[in-house]
Ligand binder design. Sequence first.
Ligand SMILES: [Mg+2]
Length: 256
Amino acid sequence: MAEWLVSTDLDGTLLNHHSYAFEAVLPVVARLKEAGVPLLLNSSKTLAELRAWRETFHLSDPIIAENGGIVAQSTQSVRYLGTARTHILSLIHAWRAQKGWLFEGFADWTLEQVIEQTGLDPQAAQASMQRDVTEPIIWLGSPPGLVEFQAFLAQNQLQLQKGGRFYHVMAPHDKASALKQLQPDYPNRKILALGDGGNDRAMLAMADIAVVMPNAQGDYLQLEPQNNPQIIYHAPQQAPVGWAQAVSHFIFQEAL
Ligand SMILES: [Mg+2]
């Protein structure tokens, strides 16, 4: 049996997009742990949120938070690979005031508004507001304005990545660039990656097996075939059941 490493998105992939349900994955997560297969939570979520999920899943593997902007080996060792959010906010808020661009983000919202935007419970919403290197926003202006906004970001070594719910303003890192930093710790392991959104594209592209989960509309992210022999699998069922089925099949050779 091949030695595997699993890197997974959370929202809409491991957790149901609407209800955040995850119970169906628990037996499979336990089996991965038993088999010594590292399971890396690799998400746009914050370190505080992912630490809570790591506890829920009884995992001790590294965490990749805020779209590859933070790598946390353990509570003692945290590497910040992104640009400080305070810097990001000072730039985008100044442009908004000057240009009248219409967008809102986590920095503008109260706890109640974050709960409304995300559907998270108060404790999780609080953890989602503890951001270090990314700012999730919703664009309320025109599409050409968004293009102009992106050009300004690029001039300042920043970018916009599309997640399941928000655009994320951040430095040019992603889930794959952070995963590559951890890869030397797992020599000779093949990568099974699971995701559903645009911010999963690079991570899925570098995987030996890419499991694409259906998004909230039931559509699949389209991936370009890679050079390496790669399996691209469209999970027929949404999270969490689709995740459990795909991992059971590809890691434990169970029938789909
Ligand atoms: Mg997602």
